[in-house]
Unconditional design. Structure first.
Length: 273
């Protein structure tokens, strides 16, 4: 697998991964396009620039760990893992079909290269902290990265984990909040407002970076700063747009969990060309 730090190449790859994710969801006639598109740059930057990992040796002891806590947005993760060589590209369009390895939520029984089965929201940060603590106890340089949904962090377990991480000075874990400001039922501000989000994380003892989650250079800089930060965990509040890259999906709660029609699919593919 070839890695790159070139922002233009990573941006182009993110665009291509968006196309693949939409194709998968269209074929399945179900899925979660909005949140898959909002994390494209995050997932691509991690897998093709930041993470220490080896598709030829997915159980490498000192690999970095990645957990997609908002597991319903797995189409973009599947697309990237297949691009890396972990899983077959020619099966991506079997998303959500019986017998497919590409289930509607990440499942280690079907894809052993995944670090955890996720999608029961609120649990990913706790799982990641277990892995990060294990790495510390074993004096390993492995780092753990966890992508959280903004609706997901309304759950109490997230904040229990946040307290644990700060108390134990877990500087080898990075949480990334996909702050696209829309959840299943509508806008987060109307359901359970998260603001002031940056101040909340800071008050829990985390090093907080507030960035544009679609800017590859901003992501690269944030991950580098997180790696250099010692004595406390880092959270990256990634300000994103739900449905990024497809005009009629952007900031549209309808596409939290709805596949496009044939006409919408054609328009999406044209816009992502």
């Amino acid at each position: 697998m070839q890695k790159t730090t070139d922002a233009a190449q990573l941006s182009a790859l993110a665009r291509r991964m968006r196309r693949t994710a939409i194709e998968m969801i269209m074929e399945a006639k179900s899925g979660h396009p909005g949140g898959s598109l909002s994390i494209a740059e995050i997932i691509v930057t991690l897998y093709f620039d930041v993470l220490r990992h080896d598709p030829a040796n997915p159980q490498w002891k000192d690999r970095d760990r990645f957990i997609l806590s908002k597991g319903h947005c797995c189409p973009i993760l599947y697309a990237v893992m297949a691009e890396c060589g972990y899983t077959p590209k020619d099966q991506l369009l079997t998303l959500r079909k019986l017998g497919s390895i590409y289930q509607g939520h990440p499942d280690v029984r079907f894809i052993p290269a995944l670090e955890a089965s996720t999608g029961s929201l609120g649990q990913g940060l706790s799982i990641g902290l277990g892995m990060a603590l294990s790495a510390k106890l074993e004096q390993s340089d492995a780092r753990t990265y966890v992508v959280l949904g903004d609706g997901e962090i309304q759950e109490g377990q997230i904040w229990e984990a946040a307290m644990f991480a700060a108390f134990h000075k877990m500087d080898n874990i990075v949480a990334i909040v996909d702050y696209n400001k829309i959840q299943l039922d509508g806008f987060t501000k109307d359901i359970l407002d998260l603001e002031p989000l940056v101040d909340k994380w800071r008050s829990f003892g985390w090093h907080v970076l507030n960035i544009d989650g679609h800017s590859i250079p901003a992501l690269q800089q944030a991950f580098a700063e997180a790696s250099a930060t010692k004595g406390k965990p880092t959270v990256i509040v990634a300000n994103t747009i739900k449905g990024k890259g497809v005009s009629f999906m952007e900031n549209n709660p309808k596409f939290h969990g709805a596949a496009p029609s044939k006409e919408e699919f054609a328009q999406a593919m044209a816009e992502l060309a």
